[in-house]
Design a protein around this ligand. Structure first.
Ligand code: 2BA
Length: 107
C-alpha cells in the first residue's frame, strides 16, 4: 500500500499516468498541518512488483513548488522565536509512505 500526499496541481497528471498503467487509486481531500491549505492524499493498493514503477510515476509527475506562508503558526521553540512574514515554504514533490498490507479482500 502506498500513501502519497501530493499537491492538488499534480493530482490530475499522476492519476492519468497510473490509470493508463492499470493501477487503482483512491483520492482523499486532505490538508497540511503546517500550511493548513488543501492537498490530496492518494491510496494505491499495488503489488510489490509494480511498486517501483508507481514510485517512478510519482517522482515524474509531482513537483516542488514554493508556497507563501502569510500567517503566524505556533512554532515549537524559545518563547521569543520570531519569523518574518510572509515567508516562502518549499512544498512537495510528494510525501510518500509505503506500507506492507496484511490482508486484502473485497466482499
Ligand atoms: P504541510 O504540513 O502544510 O507542510 C507544507 C510544507 O511546509 C512542507 O512541505 C514543508 O516544506 C513545510 N513544513 C512543514 N512542517 C514544517 C515545520 N514544522 N517547520 C518548517 N517547515 C515545515 P512537504 O514536506 O513537502 O509536505 C507537504 C505535505 O505533506 C504537508 O503539508 C503534510 O500534509 C504532508 N506531510 C509531510 N510530512 C508528513 C509526515 N511526516 N506525516 C504526515 N504528513 C506529512
Amino acid at each position: 500500500m502506498v500513501i502519497a500526499i501530493v499537491q492538488d496541481k499534480d493530482v490530475g497528471g499522476l492519476l492519468q499516468c497510473v490509470t493508463r498503467e492499470g493501477l487503482r487509486a483512491t483520492r482523499l481531500a486532505s490538508s497540511g498541518g503546517f500550511l493548513r491549505s488543501g492537498n490530496t492524499t492518494l491510496l494505491f493498493g499495488v503489488e510489490e512488483q509494480r511498486l517501483e514503477g508507481l514510485l517512478s510515476m510519482i517522482r515524474e509527475t509531482c513537483h516542488q513548488r514554493e508556497e507563501i506562508l502569510t500567517q503566524a503558526q505556533p512554532i515549537m521553540g524559545p518563547v521569543d522565536t520570531h519569523i518574518p512574514f510572509p515567508i516562502e515554504v518549499p512544498v512537495g514533490g510528494a510525501t510518500v509512505f509505503v506500507l506492507d498490507v496484511e490482508q486484502f479482500f473485497k466482499v
